[in-house]
Design a protein around this ligand. Structure first.
Ligand code: ADP
Ligand code: ASP
Ligand code: MG
Length: 409
């Protein structure tokens, strides 16, 4: 019997009524003869509510305790879904992450899955049960509860699909697939029938939160066919898979953006070996991740050095940089937490020149100033003022003709 892992996100389980709808949906699949393991998120808004409660109790919550708290969100929905299934005469059992031994490392709030014991799940499936597993959570060897980072239920689902060798991992959400860009920003965004793992990984890393980055990494590594589809409306959704010859090869597949960025510049640093490491070393020691980096050409023996960090790390990064400025006797610091990163992504870029020029031209035409640029084989990113985010996304969407089905080249 073919085995499928279904994952239902927060909106899809946002009320008991919606949970009943999920139960109907799961039973319809079971009636087609499929074995089903279901992964659910907490009800929409619940994880945010719990984080706010934690902050009321402790300004910077202890991460072990935060994980104990956050894991309760998913514990509520697994039980409710199992009840709704049993109510409909469908045998079902719910499990928390620790009950099915989703073993993780000890990095609280961003733990990585190391191993899953599939035996209890397989036994239940053999008995004809639907197995309902809590997303987003795991357990360490010492028995501590961990969580997998925001959006982590996607990763639970993919990891289970890999461990159980499922035929497909179906991510049911509030949109009916992966779009050329976030449909909330560009209503003309178009659903993609297929996208490669590589492109999806770039889109997710560059800010498209439709799938957690790690879930895409995991699916690519273990070759788990992954599909994003709507839990409200029927359809094929978007299949994420390896590139093959039958696929459309548009130059650009999508536009991603990230609002969570901040930019810091240290001006007038002496231009000598070791400067980059003197500036970024203390930032790395504070566990702050640096995204884009630009060092200018030196003039008069000094240079300017700019980098971006996550907005939540902005204050801390600024304080560290100020200390570095004093040590290096650099002239000044400039900083800005009102910036965003907009990126275009596509495997077709590899074999085509002129994509960057077209992107810059489009932004210039809208009088949008580009503050930083970074490129890789299949993406080009720019940093711009946050006020121009929507305008930039829509202008690029139109310039690269993403609202129309791509014409094969
Ligand atoms: P869930 O709660 O089901 O996990 P998420 O909110 O995590 O759902 O992800 C779905 C949302 O991702 C959509 O509502 C959409 O606004 C957003 N999104 C961002 N980029 C894209 C994209 N390229 N395609 C589709 N949805 C996107
Ligand atoms: N409930 C968690 C979150 O809101 C995990 C998830 O929904 O995937 O981030
Ligand atoms: Mg999500």
């Amino acid at each position: 019997m073919a085995l499928f892992v279904h994952k239902y996100g927060g909106t899809s389980v946002g009320s008991v009524e919606r949970i009943r709808h999920v139960a109907d949906h799961v039973m319809a699949a079971r009636a087609r003869g499929e074995s089903i393991v279901v992964v659910v998120s907490a009800m929409s808004g619940e994880t945010n509510r719990l984080i706010a409660l934690a902050r009321e109790a402790q300004a910077s919550p202890d991460t072990r305790e935060l994980d104990v708290l956050l894991s309760t969100g998913e514990q509520v929905t697994i039980a409710l879904l199992a009840m709704a299934l049993i109510e409909r005469g469908c045998p079902a059992t719910s499990y928390t992450g620790s009950q099915v031994s989703i073993m993780t490392d000890t990095s609280h709030t961003k733990a990585r899955i190391m191993n899953i014991d599939t035996q209890p799940i397989l036994q239940d499936l053999q008995k004809g049960k639907v197995v309902v597993v809590a997303g987003f959570q795991g357990v360490t060897r010492a028995g501590d509860i961990t969580t997998l980072g925001r959006g982590g239920s996607d990763t639970t689902a993919v990891a289970l699909a890999a461990a159980l060798k499922a035929a497909e991992c179906l991510i049911y959400t509030d949109v009916d697939g992966v779009y050329t860009t976030d449909p909330r920003i560009e209503p003309k965004a178009r659903r993609l029938d297929r996208i490669t793992f590589e492109e999806m990984l770039e889109m997710a890393s560059l800010g498209s939160k439709v799938l957690q980055i790690r879930s895409v990494e995991f699916a690519g590594k273990y070759n788990v066919p992954l599909r994003v589809l709507s839990s409200f409306k029927p359809g094929e959704g978007t299949l994420i898979s390896y590139e093959d010859d039958s696929m459309e090869k548009p130059l650009i597949s999508g536009i991603a953006f990230n609002r969570d960025e901040a930019k810091l510049t240290i001006l007038g640093v002496p231009d000598r070996p070791g400067i980059a490491s003197r500036i970024l070393g203390p930032i790395a020691e504070a566990n702050i991740e640096v995204d884009m980096i630009v060092q200018n050409v030196a003039e008069d023996g000094t240079t300017n050095f700019t980098f971006t960090v996550n907005r939540s790390d902005y204050g801390q990064a600024l304080a560290i940089l100020e200390a570095t400025r004093q040590q290096l006797e650099a002239r000044q610091i400039e900083s800005n937490d009102g910036i965003v990163k907009v990126s275009i992504v596509g495997v077709g870029m590899r074999s085509h020149a002129g994509i960057a020029a077209k992107m810059f031209d489009t932004l210039a035409h809208e009088k949008i100033n580009i503050q930083m640029i970074s490129t890789s084989e299949i993406k080009i990113s720019v940093v711009i003022d946050e006020a121009y985010l929507e305008l930039a996304v829509r202008a690029l969407h139109e310039a690269f003709e993403l609202d129309h089905p791509p014409v094969a080249s």
